[in-house]
Design a protein around this ligand. Structure first.
Ligand SMILES: Cc1cc2nc3c(=O)[nH]c(=O)nc-3n(C[C@H](O)[C@H](O)[C@H](O)COP(=O)(O)OP(=O)(O)OC[C@H]3O[C@@H](n4cnc5c(N)ncnc54)[C@H](O)[C@@H]3O)c2cc1C
Length: 248
């Protein structure tokens, strides 16, 4: 069976670990028999089926590196949501999860494509960007990379420790946070939504032709995409992925 065919088929993954990342966010570690691999930035569709046959389907980015044998999804709980509360609060180790994928070829990065690499995320929009950072680390890439990551609060920064560790051991990687709602007492970083002024400070100059990947709630993605193009970055080098219709 070809890889293309796999992408359209629903199949079952085994949940082998559930890792709390923040008070609202959990990573689901999945084992997929015969997993054929993915590219950093791709997602899967997840399908839940109720006892009466009702089905609900949502997309979730792959958080793990292509080099990782296990597939990791990181899900942010929306309290009034249909699918995310089940994935974060009910699903347990030993359960099975129905999914199809990997899906998507546009919002992907491979180390051999080079850089500089400019990653901009809001909330759970960091998930596919993390797959790119994990891939970059797994292959020992030294492509100059900056992650600008917007979270509501310090406690809600997903992968905070792993990002600190990656940046501490890699002179070519910078991680820049902005906290939009609350800050720790001695916070000296950005404390507002990502805007053109912040991007002018953080993004490379358009002459350096960075590859930009922007992911998160729709309003953030649209504002950042427009601001980057307004600063002179070529639209073709600014790739975007929208996670939801409202803010996140
Ligand atoms: C390509 C792609 C990749 C995605 N990857 C991830 C991921 O890695 N991790 C992750 O947590 N989510 C991801 N999402 C979002 C995910 O698909 C769901 O939309 C999200 O989990 C909400 O589903 P729900 O059924 O819980 O909420 P729903 O029942 O669909 O919605 C409940 C309420 O929340 C609002 N809402 C819906 N989606 C969002 C959102 N994303 N942000 C804020 N409000 C929203 C709705 O307007 C509604 O008011 C991705 C979406 C896309 C399109």
């Amino acid at each position: 069976m070809t890889v293309q065919r796999y992408r359209t088929l629903w199949r079952l993954a085994d949940v082998v670990e559930v890792v709390p990342e923040t008070p609202r966010t959990k990573s689901l570690v999945l084992e997929v028999p015969g997993w054929e691999g993915h590219k950093a930035g791709q997602h899967v569709d997840v399908r839940l089926t109720a006892e009466d046959g009702y089905q609900a389907q949502r997309s979730y980015s792959i958080a793990s590196a292509p080099e990782d044998k296990r597939l990791v999804l990181t899900v942010d709980r929306l309290d009034d949501g249909e699918v995310s509360p089940y994935l974060t609060e009910v699903l347990m180790v030993g359960d099975k999860l129905e999914f199809r994928g990997p899906i998507g070829g546009y919002f992907t990065w491979e180390a051999r494509a080079g850089g500089p690499l400019l990653l901009i995320g809001g909330g759970s929009g960091v998930v596919p960007l993390m797959a790119m950072l994990r891939h970059r680390a797994a292959v020992g890439s030294d492509v100059p990379t900056r992650l600008l990551y917007s979270s509501r609060s310090y406690e809600e920064i997903i992968y905070r420790r792993e990002l600190e560790t990656l940046a501490a051991r890699d002179g070519a990687l910078e991680v820049i946070h902005t906290l939009t709602r609350s800050r720790p007492a001695r916070w000296s970083g950005y404390q507002r939504r990502i805007d053109a002024e912040m991007l002018a400070e953080v993004a490379w100059s358009p002459d350096e032709r960075p590859f930009a990947f922007v992911c998160g709630p729709t309003p953030l993605v649209e504002a950042v995409g427009a601001a980057l193009v307004g600063l002179g970055h070529a639209a073709a080098r600014v790739k975007t992925e929208r996670f939801g219709a409202t803010g996140g």
